[in-house]
Design a protein around this ligand. Structure first.
Ligand code: FMN
Length: 365
């Protein structure tokens, strides 16, 4: 029988990688690297708890990819040179000790950058001030800057940055694969979104043009690590616009998920506030169902409020292969082991992320 607990604890193969269960830790930025962007000992102790607690897969926080416009936050880790890659090695080996797998989330903040030690200007598809305000718990304050419009050269640099970061990630850093951050309002999502991308060149206008940068990044990353080690995260909502929906509705889903599958990746990571709910209106399919429908051959990772086993079961039935937990994993770094032993789960306490969202002593192994 397919009880929720049972299915989620089943093993799953993602390409040639063997996951011990279908539970992943969702990417979560914790601004606990050094000011120079090297992953720290604190981070190693924090990440190891998830592997020790039974998670089959850990997806890291968003890691910046170049020494130009990519960095989003002070104390965010990077993977742009040998030193930063080596610092990650200490973390990947801690995960492997527990037979866990770890993917690096590669992130370019674009116009949402609020702390970049390399350049003071921000860059994005069009000169539009991002909605909302900078995040205080990541050392930000006030409005976002109006980004500079990325030139062809800026775009080429960003693509090259993703490729270089991927090479370091699966090379000297020892990651099992990489997840390209195409979601939540950061650079690739800025290109995908109708109101932040007003370009009329090859990167703008139709959905197909707006997803083109993500596809080019996939191509560059695949060229260095192979498609089997690559996932992409996609969302409608953004850190600065939670309620956003794709203007083209299901037609956008068809183009986006179909073209991602054609690009030759291993998984699509779909995140929504409540992943089991209809994607566009009161009724209709969830985004997970649409990903499954339009990308039938890739693995689907689902995220968003799935620490409730009934909701997890729902998205597994909608076609998800892996369930990623964010806040549920912070509250229960041993969530899989608790599930296995039938132990109660703890509630997430938001005070953990204040006043700054850095890793707290209570989270260390
Ligand atoms: C503190 C914190 C940091 C986050 N940082 C990232 C990030 O770096 N990259 C990303 O893709 N999502 C990030 N997210 C979003 C989570 O991956 C996830 O989508 C969100 O928490 C919803 O899932 P949940 O309901 O399981 O918590 C972050 C969430 C939290 C709470």
């Amino acid at each position: 029988m397919n009880t929720p607990g049972k299915k989620i604890l089943d093993t799953f193969d993602i390409g040639d990688l063997k996951l011990k269960n279908r539970l992943a830790v969702a990417p979560m930025t914790r601004v606990s690297a050094t000011e120079q962007g090297s992953a720290s000992e604190t981070m190693g102790r924090y990440y190891e708890r998830f592997a020790k607690g039974g998670f089959g897969l850990v997806i890291t926080e968003g890691i910046y990819t170049d020494q130009k416009f990519a960095q989003g936050y002070r104390f965010q880790p990077g993977i742009t040179d040998a030193e930063q890659a080596l610092a990650w090695r200490a973390i990947t080996s801690r995960i492997h000790r527990h037979q866990g797998l770890i993917f690096a989330q590669l992130m370019h903040a674009g116009a949402l950058s609020q702390g970049n030690r390399f350049l003071s200007e921000t860059a994005g598809p069009s000169a539009i001030r991002p909605k909302g305000e900078q995040m205080k718990f990541y050392y930000g304050e006030g409005q976002y800057a109006v980004p500079r419009v990325m030139t062809d050269e800026d775009i080429a640099d960003a693509i090259e940055g993703f490729g270089n970061a991927a090479r370091l990630a699966v090379g000297s850093a020892g990651f099992d694969g990489v997840e390209i951050h195409g979601a939540n309002g950061y650079l690739l999502d800025q290109f995908l979104t109708d109101y932040t991308n007003l370009r009329t060149d090859r990167w703008g206008a139709s959905v197909r043009d707006r997803i083109a940068l993500t596809l080019e990044v996939i191509k560059a990353v695949r060229a260095v690590v192979g498609g089997a080690r690559v996932g992409v995260r996609i969302s409608q909502g953004k850190v600065n616009d939670y309620a956003h929906k794709w203007a083209e509705g299901e037609a956008a889903a068809e183009t986006i998920f179909g073209s991602l599958e054609d690009a030759g990746i291993q998984y699509i990571h779909v995140t929504e506030h409540k992943a089991w709910e209809p994607a566009f209106s009161e009724s209709g399919p969830s985004l997970v169902s649409l990903a499954r429908r339009y990308a039938p051959r890739v693995a689907i990772v689902a995220n968003g409020g799935l620490d409730n086993p009934q909701h997890a079961e729902h998205v597994l039935n909608d076609g998800a292969d892996i369930v990623a937990l964010g806040k549920g994993a912070l509250a229960n770094p041993d969530y899989p082991n608790r599930l296995l032993m039938n132990q109660p789960m703890k509630e997430f306490d938001f005070s953990l992320l204040g006043p700054i969202a850095n890793i707290k002593d209570s989270e260390l192994a």
